[in-house]
Every structure is written in C-alpha cells, then in structure tokens.
Design a protein around this ligand. Sequence first.
Ligand code: HEC
Length: 160
Amino acid sequence: MKFKKIVIMTSVLATVFCGTTTAQADITLRHALKGDVLDMSFAKKGGDTDAFKEFMKEGDNPYNTDAAVIKEGKSLYMTGCSGCHGHEAEGKIGPGLADDYWTYPSIATDKGLFEVLFGGANGMMGPQYVNFNTDEMLQIMAWLRSIYTGKPKKAKWLKK
Ligand code: HEC
C-alpha cells in the first residue's frame, strides 16, 4: 500500500516537473515599464492559436509575411488603435507607430511590441487584452510591420 502511494506520488511529481520544463522553454513576457511578468490569465478567449503558440517559442510573429492576416490586422487596428494612433499609424494622441522612433526601444522586436500591446504602457496606453485576444494582437502587429517606413537596419524583427 505504502509503496503504491510512493509510485503514484513519483509519477505525479514527474508530470509536474516535465510540465514546468516545457513552460520554461517558452519566452517570458514582461511589462514594458514595470518589468514584472505579464499575467496571461487576463487574455481573452480564442487567442491561444497555433500562431500564438509559435510566437511564444522564440518571440517571433509568424504572421509578419502573411498577406491575408495583414489585411485582417489592418481592420482590427482601425477598430481599436487608429483613434489614438491615427489611421496610417502616423500618431495622434499616441505616438506614430510606422517609423523607427520608439519610446520603448524593445518595440524593434516582436516580443517587445507584443509586451506593450498586451500589458500597456503609460497613461492612455492601457492593456489591450481588454479589446483583443493574443492572436488578434499578432495580426495587428503584422500590419504595423508591413507599413514600416523606418531604416531596415533598425528592424530587429527581420533579423533572426
Ligand atoms: C486611448 C488611446 C490609445 C489606444 C486605444 C491605443 N493606444 Fe497605443 N499608445 C497611446 C499612448 C498615449 C501611448 C504613449 C504611452 C507611453 O509612452 O508610455 C501609446 C503607446 C503605444 C506604443 C509604444 C510606442 C513607442 O514609441 O514606444 C505602441 C506600440 C502602441 N501604443 C500600440 C498600440 C496599438 C497597436 C493599439 C491598438 C491595439 C493601441 N496602441 C491602442 C494611446 C493609445
């Protein structure tokens, strides 16, 4: 009886341990200002797609070159972001997003851009998980990358 219990406990521990190692292989998303780990439990339902899982491995947006997704991303941007950032992402209440000047230099990577979207930044830039799921954020990001007007050498997301 005792032995059986030990066997069960060991297999439970092994499962927990393996689960943890898999999670650690993924990237850690942090708040752009505070640096604390983003609580992904706030994420809206429906965003845990294959593309998002792929993004979580290395922090690269698999949608960046997908023309159909970029089109969708534009329409999502128009709904949720253009009021503050302008229809061409030229800047309005919030800064321009198509050039290569970023308040948060981490935005030159897809991971950094996602962190500002999901977790928000200062003032009016609230966490976007209120309006969009994580897959939709990747779609918006793909559109933003597609209209980039800055110097290619600053586009770190192209360099992996
Ligand atoms: C209510 C207005 C508002 C909305 C809606 C909004 N933003 Fe912002 N955004 C801001 C403001 C203001 C800032 C500047 C915050 C700061 O500097 O910390 C900002 C900052 C940013 C930055 C950082 C820019 C940089 O130069 O580092 C990114 C990226 C961004 N927003 C993307 C988005 C996207 C994409 C959406 C839609 C999903 C969105 N924002 C929705 C107001 C808004």
